[in-house]
Design a protein around this ligand. Sequence first.
Ligand SMILES: *[C@@H]1O[C@H](CO)[C@@H](O)[C@H](O)[C@H]1NC(C)=O
Ligand SMILES: [Zn+2]
Length: 483
Amino acid sequence: MFSSSVAPLSFLLLTPYSPVLFIDNDDVQARCLTNSFYGIYGGQSVFKLTDPSCLSVESFGTLEGGSLLPLSENTHQLVWVQESAVDDALRTPDYEEEVYTFLKFLNTESLPINAALHGSGQEFMSSKPGVELLHSSASSALLAVDPDSAQTIDTILPRFWKSAILPASPVSYLPVPAPAIDHIKGLLSTLKFDPVIASTVNSLSISQMRSDIRFLTNEDGRSGIVTRHSFASGSRVAADWLLERFEETGATCELKSFLVGFAPNVICRYPSTTETTSTVLISGHYDSRGSFGSQRAPGGNDDGSGTIALLNIARAIAKTGITFRSNVELVAFAGEEQGLLGSKAYAREMRNQDANITLMIQADMLGYHAPGEPAQLGLPQSIGTPEVAELVSKVSGIYSPELTIGYSPACCSDHQSFYELGYPSTQVFERAGPIADPMYHNSGDVSDRVGYDLHQIRSIAKVQFATLLHAAGFDLPEYENLQ
Ligand SMILES: *[C@@H]1O[C@H](CO)[C@@H](O)[C@H](O)[C@H]1NC(C)=O
Ligand SMILES: [Zn+2]
């Protein structure tokens, strides 16, 4: 073992995510890992170990597929970059070239970041350049970059790649506790068709959704929003507009900042009529990303579609006069494109307040399916609570039987932030397979195009809404009028 006179090594451990790693709190290794956890990125758990003695060589050997990276002391920010799960149809020669150039750039040591990027690194140009590659594979990399560049690295990534800024200190990991799972199982066991829920969710309006998405993308010229990137003024325009629209529906909203420079989360609440402790939360993210070299990021699908689902659920709540038995929160997150930053901050805050979030459903990318494919509902293959996905799938079968249901490897929107802190969570997605939207993270992600299907968005929004109604419980003053 290590003597106390030896300076503690610092190193990063990357190993495929498995809840089993954290489970046994009496086990030295599990406790060590839990205390040095930095999050899950692209299916890999990342740990920063300053006391390697807690992880024996033998036990390291049992961490299948893991790798250990020595870490030099520096002030640089760690950033994980990762290719999203995309359909083969999107892997065009142009895209492969983009990835090749990017990986070549990463593997060229200590190159000033702007020199390698055809001189169009936008915000990067003015900041201290430099990037250090700590680890890479064909579809991911771990970088140390200066803090300013870290926040805008998404603007220079290949199109189907995502970035995530690692936190400065360890984060806690809490498995979803058994009683919380039991609560979901209880909902599953009593789930049956409810005619009031059916008529309530059927009041979602396609024409209203079309009008809302055209505002957010500026396809109708009303908002003037060029991009909803978290650092752009357009994201503030969107936040203010969303707050006003949600408040018109009787919600109490706030714009909640979570990090300097970033657009705020838009958090809206409906009060409970009977219970006071439990909360059901549904969400989307309103920030967007465009393609390299272009400012324009309409985000009509990613995630304007989840945002209008949320907004139109709110509009339907107002229209029907429904009240909820438990607390209900509708949240439009920002900072998703920089690594779920808005939702991480909010989930942490909820956990610190000991909030009892019994169910969380994130809607991210609901609008696209490949031409010729049926309308679909995709549920996450990896990150998320299986029982919640099962509940959502059953609810879909009841209220949106037009959707073909399946699982997707496309991974990880804001539900991950809640899942990691022990809240039962899942995501609803547009496809029972990898991402197939050719306009994903592209300046062409508008709503008026082939493959963008408002009917599918409505069908998935019905599922998110019906699950909310079943889980939160509700009362409807004009019950008779809807029958
Ligand atoms: C959370 O809310 C659920 C549903 O109302 C309830 O069954 C459970 O006891 C609550 N948990 C806590 C820790 O308050
Ligand atoms: Zn998204």
